[in-house]
Design a protein around this ligand. Sequence first.
Ligand code: GAR
Length: 203
Amino acid sequence: MHNLGILISGRGSNFLAIAGAIDAGTIPSARIAVVVSNVPGAPGLDAARQRGLPAVALDSRGRKRAEHDAGVVDCLRQHHVELVCLAGYMRLLSPDFVRAFPHRILNIHPSLLPAFPGLDAQQQAFDYGVQVAGCTVHFVDEELDHGVIVLQRAIPVLPTDDARTLASRILNEEHQAYPEAIARVLSGRFQVVGRRYMESARP
Ligand code: GAR
């Protein structure tokens, strides 16, 4: 059984999509070992408790990044986490955190990276006038929204879109893409060569 640790800062809809995919059997042999938030009032923590999952608040306010991250790493280790999934976790990870889980931390970002890293990616893409938008699941490194890309999903920007409708359609893609990327990574049938994520043939 693969133990997942989910890190959130807010509503947690990607966390719920992952939980739903596990229940539906589309992420085989996986379970959510713990949900951690750096924001004590994050709605996603309540959603985790309602599902009977361990939900831990580790408030990051006023704490040095390295100190806070050491506490998160301890918590993940206590729960024997194998793969860390950032799901709307709005904090850059410290180098020690990244090194604690090499190629074992995933993030989802609501743009086709490397375009529009950082906050409000959907609004950035809409304001730029792109005609294709989407989301990216990538391994986390020490730079913002930067690590090796595992999977991307693209959608057209419609003439009727505003930033809100675009963000909502991207979010639907995220809910499909993240469970799929997790299942692929957990299968272990990949190698990373430079910046390239390459899947091996199925046996
Ligand atoms: C998602 O759109 C996710 O891609 C984004 O925050 C939202 C969280 O929603 N993450 C980032 O922008 C990270 N750079 P959720 O809490 O409902 O999953």
